[in-house]
Design a protein around this ligand. Structure first.
Ligand SMILES: Nc1nc2c(ncn2[C@@H]2O[C@H](COP(=O)(O)OP(=O)(O)OP(=O)(O)O)[C@@H](O)[C@H]2O)c(=O)[nH]1
Ligand SMILES: [Mg+2]
Length: 332
């Protein structure tokens, strides 16, 4: 019998899959139950969901009984304009990179498998804050399954490999591991399209330990070998602090973000505090970010920027560009 599930059901199901804690999972399952149309065709599914909820609730009470139990270390609240998970094989310089670009205090060690848990830190790129998360190595006999949940939820992944080891082998092994867990880089989506429950996410490849000009040659050779792969690779050296600005810009671009500035009538725009929006956002999206009231009462907007002449009057669905300045006017 057909179930005829509405689109909202699948949205809730997607959130359920992304959920980390049992509490979140229960909340989404209950949402799915509430959305589900009530007829014979859904009876089976309904009882299945109820069974899952009850199992999770039992697991939760059992856990609460244990003293000192805390929320998973792999659940990291998002902060700033985007959450970037830094991943890759052991000893490639993940912790060294996050320590160099953020305020996080991390263990950097000459031996592999020195990092055990994830640690976040905030990176400044021009006037934007971006969250980086250092993670344990993505290789070996045991990988904490929750690491894959952390990756799935992040806005993008930075895949770090070591120029002085076997960078191509490291890229291939890491992508294969991610694919096993249904995580596919967005730029390879076409090859994998159609897979069930696949998570397609932006991935930026970074080749670390490119310490001097001589190593730039090795990097060039690597790029030639990678020909045909669309993933842009960025060469860096954490110890020699090479190409950090290029990397930060590439992270910002890969996140698909743009900065828009508010121009309150009669005042100067504040260029130190941008509103950060997804590329393709409209005046209406911007208004919602500035204040909920604007979203309801927005009457007109003026834009200064590369896509408009200065002070051009635009409609709510006008698509904004990086660096635009917007004056919002309400009918109040
Ligand atoms: N030559 C060179 N060595 C580096 C560079 N970046 C990091 N290292 C060294 O590489 C080793 C590993 O660095 P970590 O930051 O601990 O590497 P990791 O990827 O976090 O390692 P795990 O946590 O074990 O996965 C340390 O000895 C670092 O000093 C670099 O740019 N050049
Ligand atoms: Mg580490």
């Amino acid at each position: 019998m057909p179930t005829n599930l509405p689109p909202d059901y699948f949205k809730a199901e997607e959130q359920f899959r992304k959920a980390i804690t049992n509490q979140e999972k229960i909340a989404w399952l209950e949402e799915m139950l509430a959305i589900m149309p009530k007829h014979k065709g859904t009876d089976h599914l309904k009882s299945d969901l109820r069974r899952k909820i009850s199992r999770l609730k039992t697991a939760d009470t059992q856990k609460k009984g244990r003293p000192g139990r805390q929320v998973s270390a792999f659940h990291i609240d998002k902060e700033g304009a985007g959450q970037v998970v830094v991943l890759g094989p052991a000893n490639t310089g993940k912790s060294a990179l996050v320590a160099a670009l953020t305020n996080a205090k991390l263990e950097v060690a000459p031996y592999p498998f020195s990092t055990w848990g994830p640690t976040p830190g905030m990176m400044q790129f021009e006037n934007v804050q971006i969250q980086l998360i250092d993670t344990p190595p993505l290789e070996g006999e045991f990988i904490e399954p929750e690491l894959f949940n952390l990756i799935r939820i992040a806005d993008m992944a930075l895949l770090i490999v070591d120029l002085q080891a076997d960078p191509i082998g490291q890229i291939e092994a890491t992508l294969a591991l991610l694919e096993e867990h249904r995580i596919i880089p967005q730029h390879l989506q076409r090859e994998h399209e159609g897979g069930l429950r696949m998570k397609y996410m932006p991935v930026l490849g970074v080749v670390n330990k490119c310490d001097d000009d001589a190593m730039d040659k090795d990097f060039e050779a690597l790029c030639e070998l990678m020909e045909g792969d669309e993933c842009p690779l960025i060469p860096i050296s954490v110890t020699a602090e090479r190409h950090f600005e290029r990397l930060k810009k590439a992270i910002y671009d890969t996140l698909g973000l743009m900065r828009v500035y508010s121009h309150p009538p009669g005042k100067e725009p504040n260029f130190e505090s941008p509103f950060v929006l997804k590329v393709g956002s409209t005046v209406e999206d911007f208004a919602g970010k500035v204040h909920q009231d604007f979203l309801v009462n927005l009457k007109s907007a003026k834009v200064w920027g590369s896509g408009a002449f200065d002070g051009q009057m635009v409609s709510r669905d006008y698509v904004l560009r990086e660096g635009d300045v917007v004056e919002l006017r309400t009918d109040r």
